[in-house]
Design a protein around this ligand. Structure first.
Ligand code: NAP
Length: 212
């Protein structure tokens, strides 16, 4: 697949490396593409450009920017460059306020989510929430003593979720499809839970698993 990654942070870099390693073509996007020069040098075959370049390149687009900049980044990427495409939303709607006793603050409520807002604004894109509930270090080929971890996903388009399930299979995850876009109201806050041991005890190596 041709994968366009809108973002240049830790998640963009980890996922970019993962897609390359698993045989996909990758274009990374930033407002300042030059900042990706070092990463590009270390990752043969990858290219970098603007958010627009990345979105145009991808058959699948990954959104991996600061949560509060998600809509703006996609506007810059270009609505027309997202139309009909699977957009994997790895973002979390975290505010700039400090965590309270390790608990991050969100700018959304439990009756709304960032991905629903994005799906409403970019109606032609096929959003799937994924990769938001684990640290960038463990996002590809996660290795845990407890076995294969679970990635919770959701989105309105069944075929788009199948595509993401295929990627998660490749990347070493179990997939739990939690349904339509509204499930992002539950999946996005998993990020808050995931970060608490980090902020309280500097423990950042864990992932969720659904047991039956
Ligand atoms: N860090 C993790 O372990 C982790 C794990 C799972 C999910 N997430 C979520 O994934 C997303 C990316 O996280 P991250 O830690 O990799 O990076 P980040 O530091 O949260 O975000 C960096 C990216 O956001 C873009 N950005 C920042 N302000 C912007 C603005 N005003 N307008 C447009 N773009 C802007 C930057 O663009 P430029 O390239 O132009 O600088 C850069 O690509 C976040 O939503 C985060 O909550 C993070």
């Amino acid at each position: 697949m041709k994968v366009g990654i809108v973002g240049s942070g830790q998640v963009a870099e980890s996922l970019g490396a993962g897609f390359l390693q698993h045989g996909h073509e990758v274009a990374m996007g930033s407002r300042t593409p030059a900042k990706l020069a070092g990463w590009i040098k270390q990752h043969a075959g990858a290219r970098s450009g603007s958010f627009t370049d990345a979105a145009k390149f991808g058959d699948v687009v990954v959104l991996a920017v600061k949560g509060s900049a998600a809509a703006e980044a996609l506007r810059t990427a270009g609505t027309q460059n997202l139309a009909g495409k699977v957009v994997i939303d790895a973002t979390n709607p975290i505010t700039d306020e400090p965590p309270a006793n390790g608990v991050l603050k969100f700018f959304t409520t439990l009756d709304d989510s960032s991905m629903e807002r994005l799906q409403r604004e970019f109606a032609g894109a096929r959003f799937v929430k994924a990769f938001n509930s684990v640290g960038a270090d463990c996002i590809v080929d996660p290795q845990f003593k407890g076995g294969k971890p679970t990635m919770f996903i959701c989105g309105n388009d069944e075929a788009a979720k199948q595509t993401v399930r295929g990627i998660l299979d490749q990347f070493g995850w179990e997939t739990e499809d939690m349904g339509k876009a509204e499930a992002a109201r539950a999946i996005e806050p998993l990020c808050i839970l995931w970060c608490i041991p980090g902020f309280l005890r500097d423990e950042w190596s864990h992932a969720f698993k659904l047991l039956r």
